[in-house]
Design a protein around this ligand. Structure first.
Ligand SMILES: [Zn+2]
Length: 333
């Protein structure tokens, strides 16, 4: 993949991809909002008068630098919204995750940023992304501090491999039931076809905001990785429209279809360099394996399918030792 040529990009997309909030920030400031730039790549827009009934919404994009679709989608959405700035009905923080990786059209610089949102970073502690995660954590804490209970975090991604469900989301199980139901309804409205309930942190940004900051957070996978400026935006139409109406405080649209819900059956952790997987990076997400099938081997440890059927998501034998090399899920609804 080559670095995007910024001259060819529409201005709104170029600006967001470069974390340049200038024009957008100015329009919201002119409309009377309190606009902050707490760190590079982070814009916060709050009502002049704090109101606990007002929702707080964090939208993050580019946590993986090569996942450019959501950058384009959010660039157009926020640019349009800023031109009728009074319509913004929530406190909004917009976060461009891994600016340096985006500039280089790479997934990350040293290591996966979306594994850094936890206290124990082990061998990842000294990486470039560990420092970036610290900035994001600090700004995110400050954003939600003292806000009302309606807190949302949409961490928007695109998958690096094909998927039997191109649009899917990961939802932390620990989100309180009412908030979780609202989140899952929003995901249905956004065109999400499959929801994976996740019982444990893999160090992701959305798990962090859910666990520590009371947000209804989700990692949302919107189709496939594409080149900045060349993404097929029609695949994001439902997600864009659902996000836009939430930011404007408008009532929900009816979901076209309810998403299928999956529980996490097991996380496949890479324990050593001896780790091998029977499925590889080219395997589609939600590929079904049968009871007894070997998923991975790692020295004495053999990971096998325990249910009649388990589907593999995010298979990646090339992750660092100690990290998750895949999730096995089972359908519940
Ligand atoms: Zn991603």
């Amino acid at each position: 993949m080559t670095a995007p040529s910024s001259s060819a990009l529409p201005e709104a997309v170029r600006a967001l991809a470069e974390a340049d909030f200038g024009a957008v920030a100015e329009r919201f400031r002119d409309a009377g909002f309190v606009v902050g730039l707490p760190a590079a790549g982070i814009l916060s827009i709050k009502a002049a008068k704090a109101d606990p009934a007002r929702a707080s919404v964090l939208v993050s994009v580019g946590v993986h630098g090569d996942e450019t679709g959501p950058i384009e989608m959010v660039a157009y959405l926020v640019d349009a919204l800023s031109r009728s700035a009074d319509a913004l009905a929530v406190d909004l923080m917009l976060c461009v995750g891994n600016i340096d990786a985006i500039r280089q059209a790479r997934r990350f610089v040293d290591a996966d940023l979306n594994r850094m949102f936890r206290a124990q970073r082990g061998a990842l502690a000294g990486t470039f992304e560990a420092g970036r995660a610290d900035r994001l954590i600090e700004a995110t804490r400050a954003f939600f501090e003292g806000t009302g209970p309606a807190r949302w975090h949409f961490d928007l991604h695109t998958a690096i491999r094909p998927s039997h469900y191109p649009m899917f989301a990961i939802v932390p199980e620990l989100i309180a039931p009412v908030q979780r139901a609202e989140l899952m309804a929003w995901l249905g409205e956004a065109g999400i076809q499959a929801i994976i309930m996740n019982p444990e942190s893999a160090g992701t940004y959305s798990y962090f905001t859910s666990e520590h900051l009371g947000a209804a957070g989700s990692t949302v996978e919107l189709g496939r990785v594409g080149t900045l400026g060349q993404n097929d935006l029609s695949q994001f139409a439902a997600a864009s429209s659902a996000l836009d109406r939430l930011l404007r405080g408008l009532p929900a649209h009816a979901a076209a279809n309810a998403a299928h819900v999956f529980d996490t059956a097991q996380s496949i952790i890479k324990l050593s360099d001896a780790f091998t997987m029977s499925v590889g990076r080219e395997t589609w997400n939600f590929t079904a394996l049968k009871k007894g099938d070997v998923i991975a081997r790692d020295g004495e440890t053999v990971y096998t399918v325990r249910h009649d059927e388990e589907l593999v998501v995010f298979p990646n034998p090339d992750v660092r030792v100690g990290l998750r090399a895949g999730i096995m899920v089972v359908r519940t609804a």
